[in-house]
Design a protein around this ligand. Structure first.
Ligand SMILES: [Zn+2]
Length: 444
C-alpha cells in the first residue's frame, strides 16, 4: 500500500470532519454548558466507530464527561499500540481577541483557524485518519482512548487507576504535542514538572496610617515584592539555591522565533541567559501566578500588614518535586527583608517526565517520521506537564511513550487566540502514524 497517496486521498474528508468538530464548542470547564461537550462526545463516538473502532463506547465515570475507549485487534501476537487524544478544548473568550470566529473553522494563510483545530481535535482527526488508511483493520492491535476533560480537572487518571487492564500496551502514542515549526519533525521527550506554594509575608499586627508610621514601619507588600525579586538575578535566571538544572542537547528554538510565537511586547527582552531551548526544558522557572493584597479600588493611606503570592515553579526532568519545593521554601524563608514573617504553604508537587527513547517503538517511530517528513526527527521538550502520563506508566510499566502531535509551537497558538493547524502538517502526521503502525507490526 502506498500510504502517503492513500492519506492524500483521505485528506478532504478528514478536513471536513475537523471543520465539523471545531464548530462544537466542547469546553469542559465548570460553568460552561454541558450540551456541546456531550454532543462532541457523541459525534466523536460515531466517527471513531465508522473509522473501524466498531466497539467504541462512552465509558462510565463517577463524574464529568466520559472518555471514549475502543480496541481493534490486530493479528494474534501483534504488538499493542494505544492512541491518545482529547475531545475537549480550551475556552475562547472574546477578550482573547480572535480575528475570526473560534467556532468556525476558517481557512487563511494556508492554515485552518479555530479553537481545537490543533489542540486537540487535530490530534483526534489524526487518529481517525490513521485508522482509515488501514480501512479499519490495522496491522497491529490498536487501542484508543479519547478523553473529554484534559483541559480542566481530568477524570482520566482515576479511570486509568480503576481499569489498568484497558491500558496494557507496548507503546502509547500521545498525539497532543507537536513540532517546533512545520515540516520539521520532533519527538517531545521531556516534560518539566510543576510545583507550587503560597507564600505569606507579614510585617504588622494590623494596618497602620501611612502618614504617621510610613517610613520606619515596613509594609508587607513591599516586603513581598523584595522577596519575590530575589528569585531571579538581573538577567532573569532563577537563583533558588538547590533548584535542579539539567542539560539540553536536543532541538533548539531561536530567540526571534520564540519571541514571535510568545507575542512579547515591543522592547521586552527575553528573561534568562543561554539557548532558549535550555531555558525552556533544562532550567527551572518561577512565576507569581496570583497575588492577594488590598486592591487599587479599595486602597487608602494605610500600611498593609500582610500580603501573599502563589508561586509556580517549573522543574527540570529528573528532579524530585519535593526536593525542589524544599529548595524554594528554604529560599523564601531565608530571603525575606527586614525580618518579615514568612509562611509557606505547599500546594502542588507534580513530577517531571522523561521518555525512554531507546526502545523498538522509538526506532519504528523515528523511521516513520523520517519517511513522512523527508527529514530525520529531532527531540524537543515541553515546558508543561501531563500528569496523566504517570498513571499510564503505572498501568503499563514496560510501555514506551511517544509524544508528538499536529501543532507547531511557532504558529499554532494553542490555548491563545487564533489557534490554527497547518493541514499539510496534519497530513504528514497521519502518514507518520500509519507508517509507525506498519513498522511496529513488521518488527522493523
Ligand atoms: Zn491538548
Amino acid at each position: 500500500m502506498d500510504i502517503p497517496n492513500k492519506v492524500a486521498a483521505l485528506m478532504p474528508s478528514l478536513v471536513a470532519d475537523l471543520e465539523r468538530l471545531v464548530a462544537i464548542p466542547s469546553v469542559a470547564f465548570p460553568g460552561y454548558p454541558a450540551e456541546p461537550v456531550e454532543r462532541m462526545a457523541h459525534e466523536t463516538l460515531e466517527l471513531v466507530r465508522a473509522a473501524g473502532f466498531t466497539n467504541a463506547e462512552l465509558m462510565p465515570v463517577p463524574s464529568g464527561y466520559p472518555p471514549i475507549y475502543a480496541e481493534v485487534p490486530g493479528p494474534p501476537g501483534s504488538p499493542v499500540v494505544m492512541l491518545y487524544a482529547h475531545y475537549d478544548v480550551q475556552p475562547a473568550p472574546e477578550s482573547q481577541g480572535w480575528t475570526s470566529d473560534p467556532w468556525t473553522a476558517t481557512h487563511k494563510n494556508g492554515r485552518i483557524y479555530g479553537r481545537g483545530a490543533a489542540d486537540d481535535k487535530g490530534g483526534l482527526v489524526a487518529h481517525l485518519g490513521t485508522m482509515r488508511v488501514f480501512d479499519g483493520q490495522p496491522p497491529c492491535t490498536v487501542r484508543l482512548i479519547l478523553e473529554g476533560m484534559e483541559e480542566t480537572e481530568s477524570n482520566l487518571p482515576a479511570f486509568v487507576e480503576a481499569h489498568p487492564e484497558l491500558f496494557a500496551c507496548d507503546l502509547f502514542v500521545i498525539c497532543d504535542t507537536g513540532n517546533l515549526r512545520v515540516a520539521e519533525p520532533v519527538f517531545t521527550t521531556v516534560l518539566r514538572g510543576d510545583v507550587a506554594c503560597v507564600v505569606t509575608v507579614g510585617t504588622l499586627q494590623h494596618p497602620l496610617h501611612s502618614g504617621v508610621f510610613g517610613g520606619p514601619a515596613p509594609d508587607a507588600m513591599m516586603a513581598l515584592a523584595r522577596l519575590l525579586s530575589t528569585l531571579h538575578d538581573d538577567e532573569g535566571n532563577v537563583t533558588v539555591d538547590g533548584a535542579s538544572t539539567g542539560v539540553w542537547d536536543g532541538a533548539d528554538f531561536g530567540e526571534d522565533e520564540f519571541r514571535a510565537s510568545a507575542d512579547l511586547l515591543d522592547g521586552v527582552r527575553l528573561a534568562g541567559s543561554g539557548p532558549v531551548s535550555r531555558r525552556l526544558w533544562a532550567r527551572p522557572s518561577v512565576n507569581a501566578i496570583g497575588v492577594d493584597m488590598t486592591s487599587v479600588a479599595g486602597s487608602s493611606n494605610v500600611l498593609i500588614p500582610q500580603a501573599r503570592a502563589k508561586l509556580s515553579m517549573r522543574i527540570v526532568p529528573g528532579s524530585d518535586p519535593s526536593k525542589e519545593l524544599d529548595a524554594l521554601e528554604a529560599h523564601l524563608r531565608s530571603h525575606a527583608p527586614w525580618g518579615a514573617h514568612v509562611e509557606v504553604e505547599r500546594t502542588k508537587a507534580a513530577p517531571p517526565f522523561a521518555c525512554r527513547t531507546d526502545g523498538p517503538g522509538y526506532a519504528a517511530a523515528r523511521r516513520a517520521l523520517e519517511e513522512a517528513f523527508g527529514k530525520a526527527p529531532g527531540e524537543a521538550g515541553n515546558g508543561g506537564s501531563i500528569p496523566l502520563l504517570r498513571y499510564l506508566q503505572n498501568a503499563a510499566p514496560e510501555a514506551e511513550f511517544l509524544l508528538w502531535g499536529v501543532s507547531d509551537i511557532a504558529a499554532s497558538r494553542i490555548h491563545g487566540s487564533d489557534e490554527s493547524v497547518d493541514p499539510a502538517e496534519l497530513q504528514r502526521m497521519i502518514v507518520a502514524q500509519s507508517l509507525l503502525l506498519r513498522n511496529i507490526a513488521s518488527g522493523e
